[in-house]
Design a protein around this ligand. Sequence first.
Ligand code: AP5
Ligand code: MG
Length: 218
Amino acid sequence: MPPLRAIILGPPGAGKGTILSRLVKHYNGAISTVSSGDLLREEIKKNPSSSIATTVAQGKLVPDQLMANLIFRSFEQEKIFQRSWILDGFPRNASQASILDSTLPESLNMVIHLDVPFRVILERIEGRWIHQPSGRVYNLLYNPPKVPGKDDITGEDLIKRPDDTVEVFQKRLDTYSALLGDLSDYYKKRGIFHTILGETSDVTYPKLLNLVEGFLKK
Ligand code: AP5
Ligand code: MG
């Protein structure tokens, strides 16, 4: 099968992490994902007083090159470059997109735009809990943990993301909206841009699976 080299774009809380973890499970780990937000949360855990922590807590973007370095370090550590992968949360602006292009040994072959209405996202974000070490995402209404407050796999505590407050979340939505146009223009010209529209992950996930299956069968 041709290796998949994809990125997924979508507003905060759209369900990127949720549908990607279902996809990874479906392919039994044959597709890898790297989430920029998960990498930053790991860094913040190691150094809670860093400038990364302050920036993320404000809903702003960390510097482009710093983010790129974390992404590529993770690619190397996990030996991902030669495999099928989907990047979640990077690139987030045109400058990061050009860093990615100049660093990748081969071009991207799929850009997925997960388009979920902001109204829907705002309704459900309060219910989100995460298992920080793995990045696993739960929602009290949609996919609650088997034991309240505990991760299904490790039994460790779940936490609320500190940037999931109403004010910071709105700021993250604003940042996303301001940058989406540039980023989608950058990729639309290449004919690899796919929009997945839907209000819930039960609608968007089958569309993602369809897209990826179609690509891998080529
Ligand atoms: P990041 O962690 O990437 O956050 P984000 O883009 O804001 O996206 P989220 O992780 O919030 O949403 P998601 O789409 O993954 O949704 P999820 O699956 O959790 O980034 C955090 C911060 O890091 C940024 O603000 C920035 O500061 C910094 N950063 C990151 N990347 C950067 C970059 N490249 N450059 C610079 N800075 C960067 O789902 C959401 C909730 O909905 C969950 O509770 C889920 O269970 C629930 N849900 C899913 N489906 C359903 C459904 N069908 N019905 C009900 N609930 C559902
Ligand atoms: Mg996420």
